[in-house]
Design a protein around this ligand. Structure first.
Ligand code: 13P
Length: 249
């Protein structure tokens, strides 16, 4: 029912040339792979190149962020219409690095989510607690709040294409992955809150990805958990063979 997604978030790595070299090596390694959807999230300067080079393949690409308006005096921003104009149909929203370093808020994620829906762009909304929140026993409260704030005034049919990525901040780039049990527990909290917000049918169809130090060595066990519908991979998505091994979990 929920086709898994294996996504690579390249963050602020790879020039266009390096991105195309990645594709040259990676595409043959995953050719004919249909079990999972494969997505790459390059930087804005590489995105159009990656979209063009992956056209007609089983690999697709998206943006790491976007503004919610179509145009305006907003230096440094890219709009949904601009993304659509280069054939981009996926976007990451609310990544923790945007929240931590660039003051991203879930109020804005909500505006961006509405804009993505209106433009036919598949949004991947990132949520996840900080270490202090987990240690204080506030994981559930934090995740529920993040889902509620993201989905404010969004109807079940609008949320049809929504994807969620659970990325506990303490697991990102630290090498310490959430155990499959800890991840599965968080995914269950998220799906429960999704049910409250957009109803059971939509919540059951929503793919919830895990992110945070995913590697070839730990992907299989994560994917065996009920309710984990894929992975959002940072560091390990930068090397073609490593990322291909993750795709082939
Ligand atoms: P790492 O896989 O490098 O921990 O990064 C996870 C992440 O932030 C993906 O969006």
């Amino acid at each position: 029912m929920r086709k898994p997604i294996i996504a690579g978030n390249w963050k602020m790595y790879k020039t266009p040339k390096e991105s195309l070299a990645f594709l040259d090596a990676f595409l043959p390694l995953v050719e004919a792979h249909t079990r999972d959807e494969i997505l790459l999230f390059p930087t804005m300067s590489s995105l159009a190149y990656v979209l063009e080079a992956s056209e007609g393949t089983n690999v697709n690409a998206g943006a790491q962020n976007m503004h919610w308006l179509n145009e305006g005096p907003y230096t440094g921003q890219t709009s949904p219409t601009m993304l659509v104009s280069i054939g981009c149909r996926h976007v990451l929203l609310g990544h923790s690095e945007q929240r931590l370093y660039f003051n991203e808020t879930y109020e804005r994620v909500n505006l961006k989510l509405k804009a993505a829906i209106n433009h036919g762009i598949t949004p991947i909304v990132c949520v996840g607690e900080m270490l202090a929140e987990r240690e204080d026993g506030r994981t559930e409260e934090t995740l529920r709040h993040q889902i509620r704030a993201s989905l404010r005034n969004i109807s079940p049919s609008e949320a049809r294409r929504l994807v969620i990525a659970y990325e506990p901040i303490w697991a990102i780039g630290t090498g310490s992955t959430a155990t499959p049990e800890v991840a599965a527990e968080a995914h269950a909290i998220l799906r429960h809150e999704l049910t409250q917000c957009v109803g059971e049918a939509t919540a059951e169809n929503t793919r919830i990805l895990y992110g945070g130090s995913v590697k070839p060595e730990n992907i299989s066990e994560l994917m065996r958990q009920d309710g984990i519908d894929g992975a959002l991979v940072g560091g390990a998505s930068l090397v073609p063979t490593t990322f291909a091994n993750i795709v082939h979990y």
